[in-house]
Ligand binder design. Structure first.
Ligand SMILES: Nc1ncnc2c1ncn2[C@@H]1O[C@H](COP(=O)(O)OP(=O)(O)O)[C@@H](O)[C@H]1O
Ligand SMILES: O=c1ccn([C@@H]2O[C@H](COP(=O)(O)O)[C@@H](O)[C@H]2O)c(=O)[nH]1
Length: 202
């Protein structure tokens, strides 16, 4: 099994890059694990409290569950990946059965901050886009897809996203084997990663 970790700040294009990598691969050869599915279960908190959580701090992630799921996949077991709602800021209670595949891609802003999970990755990738580009993309996406308004996104950017990016996420670039510049769509870099993956599948 080849486990690839793909990190990078919010809006850098991780999900887009993952979709480009897997688009030409056989569906039964690859599976994707999103760090977002592993935000801590905060069902015991009311919405008014959940919305105040700092979702850009490593402590917001249930790394224990994520690591145990990766270990199970390595052993050939199917896992139940939690489904997360950005609207409710919580797990939905549903799960997505995820079968072990030859290639497992784990993507998320904080996945390279955790030393134990870093050790499990065969290839570590960091997707880079400038902060103004990321903010613009995040604004557009969160308003269109995640039920936010402009003030909410900008407030969160100033109070948490930017400081957490500088403190925790950007420094993980140094752990990356490959850094993909993604201010523009980077088909060359995606092709290179695809070639590595295809080579592994043969
Ligand atoms: N290279 C790019 N150029 C322009 N827009 C992009 C690029 N990569 C991603 N996007 C767009 O930016 C938004 C955020 O991308 P996404 O892949 O969800 O980022 P992430 O998963 O890192 O938060 C999406 O609307 C996506 O279509
Ligand atoms: O309940 C939540 C949980 C997370 N977020 C934000 O999501 C991004 C991470 O997702 P990307 O797809 O990598 O952008 C993170 O910056 C959190 O602030 C949220 O808004 N609500």
């Amino acid at each position: 099994m080849l486990i690839i970790g793909i990190a990078g700040g919010t809006g850098c294009g991780k999900t887009t890059v993952v979709n480009q990598i897997i688009s030409e691969l056989p569906v039964d050869e690859v599976c994707v694990i999103s760090q977002d599915s592993y935000y801590n279960d905060t069902s015991h908190l009311p919405y008014e409290e959940r919305v105040k959580i700092n979702f850009d701090h490593p402590q917001s992630i249930d790394f224990e569950l994520l690591i145990s799921h990766l270990k199970k996949l390595k052993k050939g077991e199917t896992i139940q990946q939690p489904v997360y709602s950005f609207i409710d800021h919580n797990r939905t209670g549903e799960t997505l059965p995820t079968k072990p595949r030859k290639v497992v891609i784990v993507e998320g802003i904080l996945i390279l901050t955790n030393p134990a999970i870093r050790k499990m990755f065969d290839i570590k990738i960091y997707v880079h886009a400038d902060s103004d580009e990321r903010l613009i993309r995040r604004l557009k996406r969160d308003i269109a897809e995640r039920g936010r308004d402009i003030n909410e996104v900008l407030d969160r950017y100033q109070t948490t996203l930017k400081p957490m990016h500088q403190q925790f996420i950007d420094p993980t670039k140094e752990f990356a084997d490959i850094i993909i510049p993604n201010n523009n769509y980077n088909t060359v870099a995606v092709d290179i990663v695809r070639t590595i993956v295809k080579d592994r599948l043969n």
